[in-house]
Each structure stands twice: as structure tokens, then as C-alpha cells.
Design a protein around this ligand. Structure first.
Ligand SMILES: Cc1ncc(C[n+]2csc(CCOP(=O)(O)OP(=O)(O)O)c2C)c(N)n1
Ligand SMILES: [Mg+2]
Length: 504
């Protein structure tokens, strides 16, 4: 009863304050026009003695408030370090159009669904062609030369060497595991060729505490975080040492220790999960963690992606939507996936910031992700990053890309535009690259991978009873019953099951 009364009093007070605000505003406007009129009167009196002065139009005094932009109002001071760079990557067209249409004195409409829009008197189609494509941010050119020295991330030699070696490790391991599938040793594999820099550059810019929701072609993020060669290979072999207990297809990695959520095969599922996890982080006091979710431009056509974008934008989730635009979704080229300006071009429609960059440039990827991380945590808002690259390998071992793209198309991406080649050039210029030492490194990785394959093949499959475990914290009765009946069945028909291959 009391709370109802209190609510009533609150409503009345609220209305009174709003009325007062409106009246004050009208008064203010009248006052301004009054000043203007009296100015005109004074000027008319002295006109005979003075040069005529052009009068500003009366509407100037009714100028509506400046339209909001994605970051902050255009002429306000910079809020944070990376903002200037981010702003320069946002299309300014929408803001300019808004300013133009509201500069003619028309009042803003009051529709709740378009609070910032103003009225115009002629119909004007908002055509996609009239919007400039979002530019591609790049730090290092194909020769490993830094375009603008102010953009060099100034990482020390040891960090750059780790970046290089992690990319080489991934590339070397990919080549061998791909072949091991061809030899029938594992059932399936997906390579990361051409996208090494977007994995390593982004992983290096994150905190190890940030959660990662991947798609499947982001193994380099795990390499950077310390997933070992044995972790990778045991997972591909689905043996008893696999952290996923052999329950997933190869390359569907996951690591609780490394804050890397297990990959799932249906495209797009990780994207709304990431938006939700980031929202949960935001609700924690003094949150320092963000979430990054990786996905291909093909997966961006899934309904889940659109739902995730809108949830994150409206709930203000600190999530980085990291799109790897590698030009293909299996055999479908990106030009058939969408008609707009890629994936970054969608951001404004959702009210999100965006940054597009060269994903074959490890430094551009590093800077972009660092900037995005600062932005999402400072503003508690999502961002779309779009890493432009080229999928050099086949989609997976189930694909033959020669059927849908000319072999010559690969050439440039496999040589001058290859992310490892670019970083090698950069290191050579600084005298940080020793050819002999690096060849030794490749040899040692090959040796480790081959030895691990040998070992992983010998490790038995997990205990088949694992099949029933971990779905619930405590196994419910119906699963216990099913497990018991399977135990009886297997005991009766042992000769039909390869039990020696499974851990007992
Ligand atoms: C819901 C769903 N639809 C279709 C597939 C089959 N599929 C697997 S990968 C893939 C292409 C994805 O392309 P993209 O997102 O661009 O990632 P990329 O392989 O290029 O890294 C498709 C269609 C799937 N796994 N899940
Ligand atoms: Mg793709």
C-alpha cells in the first residue's frame, strides 16, 4: 500500500519536473529570439553610420542538438586514446546527412523508433552505393615496411619472435596433420593457411583472462595461449588424453584452463553465446574481462549472428565480434554471401562501432584488437572487427577447392601476401631473422609433431562409459540405467567390440 503511494508521488513529481524542463526550454528559445530581434532593432538605428552587416538567419537560434555519433559528438574532446583512429574508420556519411537535414531548422520527429531522425520534405532513398566502403587499416606493406611509423606497435624483439614462431608452428603443424588425414590416420582436418596473422595478432592483444568463442579456424589463438602440440594432436586423435574426451570431431578444440570455449560444428552458435557471456562479465563488479568471438564471413549469414549483434548492441555487451573474412564459405565466394559492405559495413545498422583491417598484417591485427579491447571495456559496448584475408587451403579435408577457383589465384596469397612472409621481411630489415636458426626451428617442430602423432596413435580411446558422463553434474537415474544396460550388453557381446582400443 505504502509503496503504491510512494510510486504515485514519484510519478507526479516526475511529471512536474518534465513540465518545468519543457517550459524552461521554450522560455530559453523565446529569450534567444528576443535578443536577436532587439539586435536587429539596434542595428537598424545605426545603419546609416555603419557598413551593412549580413544578418545570420533566425533559424540558427533554433538549431537542434548535435546528432549523436557512434563514439562521441564530433567536436567534443577525445574520450580515450584510440578514439581518433576508430572514428577515422567509421563512415561519417550518416552523421553528415543527419547534420545537413537537421541544419535547416526542422524539428526532430518524436517517434520512439527513430529518436535522432528529423523530417525532410522530399523522399530520398538511402542507397547503399552512396556509402563509402569502410577502409582497410594496414600497418605493414607486403615488403614488411611500416607505412606510418606512428602505427608501429613497438613490441620488443622477443614478442615479435614469439609471434613469428607461433605462426610458423601453426603452419608446420597444419601441413603434417592435413597429410595425416590423407593417410587415413585421422578422420578430418582444417588448415589455417593464410590466416595465421589474424590469430596471433589478435591473441597477442588480448588478456589471457578474456574468453574466446571460436568457430574452428582459429587454432593460432590456442597456440599463442599455450595449447601444446600434444594437446592439439590428442584432440585430433580423440584419445584418452584429449581434453574433450574424444567427444568431438578433430579441430573442435577447447580448454578451460586457457579460457577457450569448446568449438561446436553448427555455424554461428558461438556468437550469441559470446554476447551473453560478455553481458554476464559486465554485470560483475570491477570487470576487467571481455569476450572475443571469431567467425567466418559465411557464418555471418546465419540468423544467430544477427541475433547476437542486436543483443550485444542493445544490452551493451563488451564483446569483440571478430570476423575472419577469408573470401570463401566452402565453395561460396564472399561476393555471393552478401550485397553490402562486408561484415564491418553492418555495424552501423546495429549501432555498433567497426574496424576493418588487413588480416595478413600481424601488426594491424594486433593494433585493431588492442583498440577494440580498450573500447569494449571502457564503453561497455560491442564492436565488429573485420580481418580481410584469403583462405589459401581447401575448406577442409572434405573439400577440393580446385573445382571452384583457379590455382593461379592462390599464388599471390601464398607468396608476397602471405602473413609469415611479411613478418619475415620486417624482421630481416631489423636483423632479427636468422635463416639457419629459423630452419632449425621448423625442423624441430616437424620432429615434435611427427613424434606426437606416433605417441597419440598409441594412446587408447577414452573409456566408453565417458559417453554418459559430464552432461549433468550428477548423473540422473535414467542415464545410470542406460549405462548399466550398455555394460551388460557389452559384457555379453565382447567379441563384437574393439574393447582393446578403449581405456578400461
Ligand atoms: C548451421 C550450419 N550450416 C552449414 C554448415 C556447413 N558448413 C561448415 S563450414 C561452412 C562454411 C563457413 O564459412 P565461413 O564462415 O566463411 O568460415 P571459413 O570456413 O571460411 O573459415 C559451412 C557452410 C554448418 N556447419 N552449420
Ligand atoms: Mg570464410
Amino acid at each position: 500500500m505504502f509503496s503504491q503511494q510512494a510510486r504515485g508521488v514519484y510519478c507526479v513529481l516526475h511529471k512536474i519536473i518534465r513540465n518545468l524542463q519543457q517550459q524552461f526550454f521554450h522560455l530559453f528559445v523565446q529569450l534567444l529570439s528576443g535578443i536577436n530581434l532587439s539586435n536587429q532593432f539596434l542595428k537598424a538605428r545605426f545603419a546609416a553610420d555603419e557598413e551593412p552587416v549580413a544578418e545570420p538567419p533566425l533559424e540558427e537560434f533554433f538549431e537542434p542538438p548535435a546528432p549523436m555519433t557512434l563514439a562521441v559528438a564530433p567536436d567534443a574532446g577525445l574520450l580515450w586514446e584510440g578514439e581518433a583512429m576508430l572514428r577515422s574508420c567509421l563512415s561519417s556519411d550518416t552523421a553528415t546527412q543527419q547534420q545537413q537535414s537537421s541544419g535547416n531548422g526542422t524539428q526532430h520527429a518524436k517517434f520512439p523508433g527513430a529518436l535522432e531522425a528529423s523530417f525532410v520534405t522530399s523522399p530520398k532513398l538511402a542507397l547503399p552505393e552512396s556509402i563509402e566502403p569502410i577502409p582497410i587499416y594496414r600497418v605493414m606493406n607486403s615488403e614488411g615496411v611500416i607505412d606510418d611509423p606512428s602505427q608501429e606497435p613497438k613490441l620488443d624483439q622477443a614478442t615479435i619472435k614469439k609471434m613469428f614462431r607461433d605462426m610458423v608452428l601453426l603452419n608446420t603443424m597444419d601441413k603434417i596433420l592435413y597429410e595425416s588425414q590423407r593417410q587415413g590416420r585421422i578422420s578430418f582436418y582444417m588448415t589455417n593457411f593464410g590466416e595465421e596473422a589474424s590469430h596471433i595478432g589478435s591473441a597477442a592483444a588480448l588478456s589471457p583472462e578474456d574468453w574466446v568463442y571460436g568457430q574452428y579456424r582459429e587454432a593460432g589463438v590456442l597456440v599463442w595461449r599455450g595449447f601444446t602440440i600434444s594437446d592439439f594432436i590428442n584432440q585430433c586423435y580423440g584419445n584418452a588424453e584429449d581434453l574433450g574426451k574424444g567427444r568431438q570431431m578433430p579441430v573442435h578444440y577447447g580448454s578451460r584452463k586457457l579460457n577457450f570455449v569448446t568449438i561446436s560444428s553448427p555455424l554461428g552458435t558461438q556468437i550469441p553465446q559470446a554476447a551473453g557471456a560478455a553481458y554476464a562479465f559486465k554485470l560483475q563488479p570491477n570487470n576487467q574481462r571481455c569476450v572475443i568471438t571469431y567467425f567466418g564471413e559465411g557464418a555471418a549469414s546465419e540468423g544467430d549472428t544477427h541475433a547476437a549483434f542486436n543483443f550485444a548492441a542493445t544490452l551493451d555487451s563488451p564483446v569483440i565480434f571478430f570476423c575472419r573474412n577469408n573470401g570463401f564459405a566452402i565453395s561460396t565466394p564472399s561476393r555471393e554471401q552478401y550485397r553490402g559492405d562486408g561484415i564491418a559495413g553492418r555495424a552501423a545498422g546495429y549501432g555498433m562501432a567497426a574496424l576493418r583491417f588487413d588480416g595478413t598484417d600481424v601488426f594491424a591485427t594486433y593494433n585493431a584488437t588492442k583498440l577494440a579491447r580498450e573500447y569494449v571495456l571502457r564503453e561497455n559496448k560491442p564492436i565488429i572487427l573485420e580481418a580481410m584475408a584469403y583462405r589459401i587451403g581447401h575448406h577442409s579435408t572434405s573439400d577440393d577447392s580446385t573445382a571452384y577457383r583457379p590455382a593461379e589465384e592462390l599464388e599471390i596469397w601464398n607468396t608476397v601476401e602471405h602473413p609469415i612472409t611479411k613478418l619475415k621481411h620486417y624482421m630481416l630489415q631489423r636483423g632479427w631473422f636468422d635463416e639457419k636458426e629459423e630452419n632449425e626451428f621448423v625442423k624441430s617442430v616437424r620432429k615434435q609433431v611427427l613424434a606426437q602423432i606416433n605417441q597419440s596413435e598409441r594412446i587408447p580411446k577414452p573409456d566408453w562409459r565417458e559417453l554418459f558422463q559430464d552432461v549433468y553434474a550428477e548423473m540422473p537415474t535414467h542415464l545410470k540405467d542406460q549405462m548399466r544396460s550398455m555394460e551388460e550388453h557389452v559384457a555379453q557381446h565382447r567379441e563384437h567390440y574393439p574393447l582393446k582400443d578403449f581405456k578400461q
